[in-house]
Design a protein around this ligand. Structure first.
Ligand SMILES: [Zn+2]
Length: 98
């Protein structure tokens, strides 16, 4: 993995799973899967601290809609079934109001 060296000239770049645009990592919201419940769900990880595989998305509902429609999260996390995105959606809506 890329180390987070602040002295690095180039910021880490990630691809939004919604619109597929590339952006600096800190402009994107990291999302991970919480598989502890009855159905696996997506959880936002704005601090980038949760373990496991992460996917990145612009923090806006439009990109979440696109990603959900394309099942981009299921692909990114190698899940067969759908992933519940309601927690991420609420997070994005709260962030938009803030
Ligand atoms: Zn996007």
């Amino acid at each position: 993995m890329v180390s987070e060296d602040r002295a690095a000239a180039r910021a880490p770049i990630r691809t939004c799973v919604g619109c597929r645009d590339r952006a600096e990592k800190q402009e994107l919201l990291r999302v991970v899967v919480d598989g502890s419940g009855p159905t696996p769900g997506l959880v936002p990880d704005p601090e980038g601290r949760l373990p496991g595989r992460g996917a990145y998305i612009h923090p806006r509902p439009g990109c979440l809609d696109t990603a959900t429609r394309r099942r981009a999260f299921a692909r990114a996390f190698r899940q067969r079934g759908p992933l519940d995105a309601s927690v991420v959606r609420r997070w994005l809506e709260a962030a938009a109001r803030a």
